[in-house]
Design a protein around this ligand. Structure first.
Ligand code: 13P
Ligand code: SF4
Length: 310
């Protein structure tokens, strides 16, 4: 790409020319968030993907999110700037292995966190995101046993919050499982007035000491509305950009990861760059494609979730 090119200007031009919409997750780099038409959590992004009248959806997020957009709007072209932007949670639950696991529990229904592959969604009765997970579990009759996949940390948190026993798949997010209890404790001592806020993909020992647990949109709302002036943020630090924009007088400290990890950024989310965003809009590729049967079968689990979240 010509280094003199104003990427933001070019992306805006292509957006109009192609009737495209850019949907970005809060974990994207700040420049991408600033140019997006909509920034949100996984639930908000899928609601936008289902309702947009654009011809092209450019998904500044990871693969499972773009797949979800394709399932909800199969007639639209869905682009992902880097097809390698995966997700360790989605990877931790391969559909053929899960299908065998599910056979052991014929009476159970399957609730899957939306962070899973399109194929896993075909084996799922109802999806959830971290915003509506509690609501989804509460909507299931008490005598109906549940398998929850793929995030074991979110699953354990939901068992605690809802009092429902569930069979859990043992998957996890590589970003949220690396926070250091010891380093966060030291940071809390250094900043005694700071509130610790954490995403439910974190391990239980981090969630247990948090002042607020919630999805990215819930954490953002909390920092906007609560009276604290300092926050320790135990989730991917990309979201701090929106926190700072919404409350410029407040101070945000990214929760430190353990010694073996240099940083707590999601390497998948951060694969997307302004340059790749520009190129994908210019050449209208890489495009997300899915077999028809996967779309038809898998979308039911997302539709069910959206119906009860509306
Ligand atoms: P939410 O934005 O829905 O809370 O999801 C967080 C996440 O890890 C997405 O990959
Ligand atoms: Fe997946 Fe975790 Fe990255 Fe989200 S932050 S995309 S759950 S690896």
């Amino acid at each position: 790409v010509d280094p003199t090119l104003d990427l933001a200007e070019e992306i805006n031009r292509l957006k109009k020319e192609r009737n495209a919409v850019i949907l970005a997750h809060y974990y994207q780099e700040s420049e991408i968030q600033d140019i997006a038409d909509y920034i949100g959590d996984s639930l908000g992004l899928s609601q936008q993907a289902a309702s947009t009248d654009a011809d092209i959806i450019v998904f500044a997020g990871v693969h499972f999110m773009a797949e979800t957009a394709k399932m909800l709007s199969p007639q639209k072209k869905v682009l992902l700037p880097d097809l390698k932007a995966g997700c360790s949670l989605a990877d931790s639950c391969p559909a053929p292995v899960f299908a065998k696991f599910k056979e052991k529990y014929p009476d159970h229904i399957v609730v899957s966190y939306i962070n899973c592959t399109a194929e896993l969604k075909t084996l799922t009765d109802i999806c959830c995101t971290s915003t509506n997970a509690r609501h989804v579990i509460d909507s299931i009759p008490l005598d109906q046993p549940i398998i929850f996949a793929p995030d074991v940390n979110l699953g354990r948190w939901l068992i605690k919050e809802t009092g429902r026993d569930m069979v859990l798949w043992n998957g996890s997010c590589m970003v949220h499982e690396i926070f250091s209890h010891e380093k966060i404790t030291k940071l809390k001592i250094a900043h005694p007035n700071a509130a610790l806020i954490a995403h439910p993909e974190c391990e239980a020992h981090i969630l247990d000491m948090a002042d607020h647990v919630g999805s990215t949109s819930s954490l953002l709302r909390f920092t906007r509305e609560s009276p604290h002036s300092e926050y320790i943020v135990a989730t991917e630090p990309g979201i701090i950009h929106q926190m700072e924009l919404a409350a410029p007088d407040k101070v945000f400290y990214p929760a430190p990861p353990n010694n073996t990890c240099a940083c707590n950024e999601c390497p998948h989310m951060k694969r997307n760059t302004m340059e790749k965003l520009y190129l994908c809009m210019k050449y209208e590729m890489p495009e997300i494609t899915l077999p028809e049967w996967v779309i038809e079968k898998g979308v039911k689990s997302i539709d069910r979730m959206l119906e009860i979240s509306a």
